[in-house]
Design a protein around this ligand. Structure first.
Ligand code: ATP
Length: 372
């Protein structure tokens, strides 16, 4: 199997810098997901690894060997594109068997391997059909199957489930994860779907505007975002991000949420980190909707707020709470809170909010980097 290393990679298309100063090491057998919004450079980075694009700068190493000058065929990589390319004149069986025939595997071994992946991908009953009569989802699974039978050193999968319906996507996701663990092949998977990324990845690489923002386990990326971008991108609903200022009164430092009466007193540990951060102007305070407790009664440090909107999502309710009004724009300052669906509340009610102090985030507004 294989370790992949990208060193200071840059890729430009004319004036567009698609990938910039990209450094990443994917370990042998690891499952890394490239996650980011459309146009952030995920596919380009994958194509660079495959050898379908060449970097303007930097090196690509597979198992310590520089492969910049190797053709795609010599890199022992299987690539599944979002836009699958099947051979139209071949049956599904022959499309999947194609890479095995090319390396002269026995007929019975081919039969066995094709049957195996067809079962996993639930396409056993269409093995005799031609691609022209398949649905988008079926074609996608045939393309996946063709990559799976090859057992290469590295799998590069570019939104391979983009054309599957929601249920099949969840089933296939579980199969891909199980299979990757079983085969133990180094895999890089591109998606803009954070749920897919969280469920599949050993580590997620969050990319924005060609830059690697953060690489970490799903838990790290979700719970310890290193930048404002990562904080705002991960999570459904997303993290509450509110402008804040630091105030000091009689030796006590607090965080004042802008345009609200909310003042949060900081532990000495958080104060020390803040003092050492060299950030002293504007801040963005962050807290996830699930890290705020609600109650109908005033509590010690609780913040009172009015319910603006209720979104019942079945397993949870999302409440939009009004914390204040921006005097410049007259827009309400809203905070999203997640509650159990059995929690009874009506629009206009006043309730009390308690922030989980261990789950509060602070970002420097200028550098957009996390302070804590
Ligand atoms: P998506 O999720 O929409 O596929 P992506 O994150 O994979 O997006 P890329 O396809 O890597 O993004 O594109 C990164 C940037 O490079 C975009 O601005 C895109 O327009 C540009 N780009 C990609 N390929 C080319 C090309 N062949 N010529 C010119 N510009 C390109």
């Amino acid at each position: 199997m294989a370790q992949i290393r990208l060193e200071n990679i840059e890729k430009r298309f004319g004036d567009v810098v698609a990938v910039r100063d990209f450094n990443l090491q994917v370990e042998d057998k690891e499952f890394v997901v490239f996650l980011g919004p459309s146009g952030c450079g995920k596919t380009t980075t994958l194509r660079l690894i495959a050898g379908l694009e060449h970097p303007n700068q930097g090196d690509i190493l597979i198992d310590g060997n520089r492969v910049n000058d190797l053709s795609p065929a010599d890199r022992d990589i299987a690539f599944v594109f979002q836009f699958y390319a099947l051979y139209p004149h071949l049956s599904v069986y022959d499309n999947i068997a194609f890479p095995l025939k090319a390396v002269k595997v026995t007929k019975s071994a081919i039969d066995e391997q094709v049957a195996n992946v067809a079962k996993i991908l639930q396409i056993t009953d269409i093995l005799n059909r031609k691609p022209s009569v398949l649905s988008g989802g079926e074609m996608q699974r045939v393309a996946l199957g063709r990559a799976m039978v090859r057992q290469p050193k590295v799998y590069l999968l570019d939104e391979p489930m983009a054309n599957l319906d929601a249920k099949l996507r969840i089933d296939t996701r579980a199969e891909i994860k199980r299979l990757q663990h079983e085969i133990g092949a180094t895999t890089i998977y591109v998606t803009h779907d954070q749920i897919e990324a969280m469920s599949l990845a050993d580590r997620i690489a969050v990319i924005h505007q060609g830059l690697l923002q953060q690489i970490g386990t799903p838990h790290e990326v979700y719970n310890k975002p290193k930048s404002l971008f990562v904080a705002g991108f991960m999570g459904m609903p997303t993290m509450n991000l509110l402008d804040a200022e630091v105030t000091t009164h009689e030796g006590t430092t607090a965080l004042q949420l802008s345009h609200t009466d909310v003042r949060l007193f900081l532990s000495s540990e958080k104060q020390t980190i803040l003092n050492n951060s060299n950030s002293d102007k504007s801040f963005v305070f962050g807290i996830r909707p699930e890290h705020i407790n609600v109650s109908n009664e005033p509590s010690g440090e609780g913040i009172s707020a009015n319910v603006h909107l209720i979104e019942p999502l079945g397993s949870v309710n999302i409440l939009d709470m009004i914390l204040g009004t921006n005097q410049d724009t007259q827009e309400p300052i809203l905070l999203r809170v997640r509650t159990h669906p059995s929690y009874q509340v009506a629009v206009g009610d006043t309730i009390w909010l308690d922030f989980n102090v261990d789950q509060m985030h602070l970002f420097d507004r200028d550098t957009e980097q996390a302070i804590w």
